[in-house]
Design a protein around this ligand. Structure first.
Ligand SMILES: Nc1ncnc2c1ncn2[C@@H]1O[C@H](COP(=O)(O)OP(=O)(O)OP(=O)(O)O)[C@@H](O)[C@H]1O
Length: 649
């Protein structure tokens, strides 16, 4: 792919690096002192020297205080101080956003100033508002002097789900200027004629995936002549979704002087390529590090376990309700979604499934319902559609050939499977799942960047959250064939990359050990349930759900459009019942439960592991009836060290 790099751009891109270097190397006291007062030299008499030292330290303190208060002041900035249109500030207040987030404080003024911005900020940090608000503000300003309709902004996103989400955000932010902002998304399944008519009135903002956008530009449905803003949201993913050609075509159709804003959770070579195609000397905001560990609201754990133990752990965690709030469980492929759902069904644990096979309407509805806390458990698959992001990791880390070829193989297989599924689907990419207490990587992703995107679904916008990932060590891989997945072969290798990448961001991924003895008491139930979840049952479940969802999605679509209230009653977490039903598994007998009455939750994160193994045997077994019960000792303040389960009365 050709790049339009010019020297200016490269120089501009280097600026933040240089700034960072000076920031890192700068010892504030020394360097500030040098500029404030000359250092004592032999020519200065001793009293003068001591006066100078006193002066120096006074001055240093003053500057320190000033820079602290500047930072503090910046932190306390309100939306109304950012220079946005008052109608937008009003809409933001309606959303109950108290203060702008870091990315909003930094990006909004630059965007309002007309600068190209390339922004790297962590997932869930509020990037959508950071570009939507200044663009809407700019459009409103233009409209106050020129009301002629024209498409001013094109927002490109990698997935349909993300397009829906951005569309909703724009609807909300333009609540007080509805007449002045027309927004259209091109990702709905409508005929070309309908799409043309939507674009005929030159809506102010167009949201699309690159493929749709190019199709419309190419067919003259979408005119970019008056375009003033271009946004590439989730820029790191756009090329990995295979939109290279569309992006190149679009870049050639861009009029001069378009202001480009690129948002990304990671800065990959793909982002660099897009920067070359679309940006003029962008201001690069690397806010990932600046957000720093102090703002960290996410706790990350990894659990080493065998392939079947993943099912055992999941059963324990959800049957004993060890997580407070809703959880998003990631698995490696669509079959796995249904295997886990049917497994949960055996124990009466309700869950719903989200994957690329389901119709778009169902997917959107499932996400909406999940965000309304209707479901506690959502099982999602993503990898079978998106293997490509591994490339970025590999380019970055120049890994061994073996791993590469394996992944490429995997990729090509994945691509062959492609046509059946929606290539524009993406669960962990930019979708704003609200109030997710925990992300469970039931199957570890195949790359560190995928991990970043997955865990970004929790701990959003300052809320707390937890990520718990299972990984299978080499020696346990393929030791339980019915539950084995191919991706687990590289778990250890991927985990190393994940830990390294998280460490770069000042985040720690802590190992966590469950008490095997406690787990073993539940093992036979897990095995019973797994035996019932046969390949045939999984296949049937998959077909049945697809049939049901198609029915819900298509046949009922019009009805629900007319009766939106009824939509609330359409659930997606019903039992599929394709596996042998074992009623006894739905109840956990008392003798299996811990003896003490209640259970504590992990502070703010919602998760209470069974027991932390720290080498000391802190639990006391007690004989009781035919089963075992246990009491966990340890500090009460640390919920990681204790857990109690409420007995059924
Ligand atoms: N200033 C704010 N105050 C409170 N909540 C906010 C603020 N800005 C955004 N949010 C909320 O934070 C959540 C995450 O925002 P958003 O989806 O824009 O994040 P993001 O950085 O784009 O994440 P991702 O990289 O995963 O797409 C949303 O629910 C949004 O409503």
């Amino acid at each position: 792919m050709k790049r339009k790099h010019d020297q200016n751009e490269e120089a501009a891109a280097d600026v933040p690096k240089a700034e960072k270097k000076t920031k890192k190397n700068k010892k504030p006291r020394d360097s500030i002192a040098e500029t404030v007062e000359p250092a004592a030299t032999p020519s200065n008499p001793p009293e003068e020297q001591s006066k100078a030292v006193v002066k120096q330290s006074d001055a240093v303190e003053k500057v320190d205080k000033e820079s602290k208060s500047e930072k503090q002041q910046e932190k306390e900035l309100s939306f109304s101080e950012l220079g946005l249109d008052p109608r937008l500030v009003q809409a933001v207040a309606k959303q109950s956003y108290e203060k702008p987030t870091l990315v909003q404080r930094r990006a909004i003024p630059l965007a309002l100033d007309g600068q190209d911005v390339l922004c790297k900020a962590k997932t869930g940090s509020g990037k959508t508002a950071a570009y939507v608000l200044p663009i809407l503000s700019g459009i409103l300003k233009r409209k106050s002097v020129d009301s002629a309709p024209s498409t001013s902004a094109l927002i490109l996103v990698p997935t349909r789900e993300l397009a829906d989400q951005v569309f909703k955000a724009i609807e909300e932010f333009s609540a007080f200027c509805v007449k002045d902002i027309q927004c259209v998304k091109l990702t709905d399944n409508v005929s070309d004629a309908v799409q043309k008519s939507l674009l005929a009135n030159a809506p102010d903002v167009v949201i699309s995936t690159p493929a749709r956008a190019w199709k419309c530009v190419n067919s003259s449905g979408l005119s970019l002549d008056k375009l003033r803003y271009l946004v590439l949201d989730e820029a790191d993913l756009i090329l990995s979704f295979g939109y290279e050609e569309d992006m190149e075509n679009l870049s050639r159709s861009m009029p001069k002087g378009v202001q480009t804003i690129m948002m990304s959770a990671t800065l990959t070579p793909e982002v660099d390529t897009l920067k070359g195609l679309f940006c003029r000397s962008p201001k690069v905001l690397d806010l990932q590090e600046e957000a720093g560990a102090e703002d960290e609201t996410l706790t990350q754990f990894v659990v080493k376990c065998g392939e079947d133990e993943k099912f055992l752990l999941a059963f324990l965690i959800f049957k004993l309700k060890l997580i407070k709030g809703s959880s998003l469980i990631f698995v490696s492929d669509v079959d796995r979604c249904y295997r886990l759902k049917l497994f949960f069904e055996q124990f009466g644990i309700r869950s719903c499934v989200l994957n690329s096979e389901l119709p778009l309407n169902s997917r959107v509805h499932i996400i909406e319902e999940f965000n309304r806390n209707i479901y506690d458990l959502l099982i999602a698959s993503e990898n079978e559609v998106l293997g490509d992001e591994d490339k970025a990791d590999k380019k970055e880390e120049k890994k061994g050939k073996k791993g590469d070829s394996e992944d490429k193989d995997g990729e090509s297989k994945k691509k062959k499977k492609g046509p059946k599924r929606d290539q524009e689907y993406g669960v962990s990419r930019g979708i704003d799942f609200k109030n997710v207490a925990a992300v469970i990587n039931f199957d570890l992703p195949t790359s560190a960047s995928s991990y970043t995107h997955r865990i970004g679904r929790t701990a959003r916008a300052g809320r707390t959250g937890m990520a718990l990932s299972f990984y299978v060590p080499k020696e346990l891989y393929r030791k339980h064939m019915p539950t084995s997945v191919k991706t687990a072969e590289n778990d250890e290798h991927v985990l190393k990359k994940i830990i390294r990448q998280q460490a770069k961001q000042g985040r720690e991924v802590k190992p966590y050990n469950f008490d095997k003895e406690q787990m073993d008491a539940f093992r036979y139930r897990m095995e019973d349930a797994l035996r019932a979840v046969t390949k045939v049952a999984v296949r049937e479940a998959r077909t049945r759900e697809l049939r049901q969802e198609l029915l819900k999605s298509e046949t009922l679509k019009r009805y629900f459009e007319e009766n939106p209230a009824e939509l609330a009653h359409l659930r997606h977490d019903g039992e599929l019942r394709t596996a042998r039903q074992q009623a006894h598994l739905k109840h956990v007998p008392e003798y299996l439960l811990p003896q003490d009455g209640s259970k504590e939750k992990l502070v703010n994160a919602g998760f209470v592991p069974l027991k932390k193994q720290d080498g000391k045997d802190r639990h006391h077994k007690r004989g009781k009836g035919k089963g075992r019960s246990f009491k966990v000792g340890g500090a009460r303040k640390d919920p990681l060290k204790t857990f109690k389960v409420r007995r059924k009365k």
